[in-house]
Write a protein that binds this ligand. Sequence first.
Ligand code: ZN
Length: 250
Amino acid sequence: MRKWVYLFFLIGLLYWGEAVGGSVASVRASASLNAISSHSEASSQGDWGAVALPQSAENDHLARTASATVALTFDDGPQPNFTPQILHVLQQYGVHATFFCIGSQVQAYPAIVRQTVQGGNVVGNHSWSHPNLTTLSSAAIRQQLSTTSAAISQATGSVPTLFRPPYGATNETVRSIAAQLGMVQILWTLDTRDWQRPGVAAIVNAALTSARNGSIIILHDGGGDRSQTVQALPQIISGLEQRGFTFTTV
Ligand code: ZN
C-alpha cells in the first residue's frame, strides 16, 4: 500500500519537474525523490502521496485550493536561545519539522536535542564542525559524520538516518560515506535565505511565494542571530496553511 503511495508521489514529482523545466527543477526533483524514496519511515503516512498534483505557473492556483505538503527544515542548531523558541512555535501550531544538527552543538546542548525529538520532530546529522566536506579526506569526512551521529545517539537514544552536508556541498565520496553510516543525504528545494537576515517580511515572502507541493524548505535555528527566523515562523506556518499546505517531516 505504502509503495503505491510513494509511486504516485514520484510520478507527481517527475511530472512537476517536466512542467517547471530546466536543470534546477530536475535537481530539485531528484533531491526530493532521494529524500522520500530512501527514507520512508519518517514521512507522515499518506501525506506525500495524496497530493501528487502537477505544479506550474499555469496551475499555481491549485496549490491554494488543493491539499499539498511541504517540509520545514532547520540547520546549524541546537542553539540555546533560538532552538527552544522555534520548538515552542512548532508546538503551538501542531507542526513537526526536521532539524539538521551540528555535532559540537549537540555535545554542548544535548537536552535541547532530546527536547526536539520528544516534541515529535526529526533530528539529522549536519557534520561535527560545519566544514565544506568536499575539501576533506575520506577519513576526515567519516570522522565529521560518525562523531555527530554518536553525539545525537547519546542525546536522543537513536542514531540519525538523515544527513545534510554543510552549504549543500557534496560529492559522491561524501554521499557514499554518509550511506555507509546508515544515512541518506537530504538537500533542500526552497532557500528562504534567512541566514542573510533580510528581514522578517522577506523570509516570509520567500517561503510563501515559492512553496510547491513537496518543497523542502531550509531555515536556520543556529549559526548566528536567528531572531528574524523565529519571528517569521508563525507567519510562514499560518500563511502556508491558508494556501492549503500541510506539513511533514523529511
Ligand atoms: Zn549549515
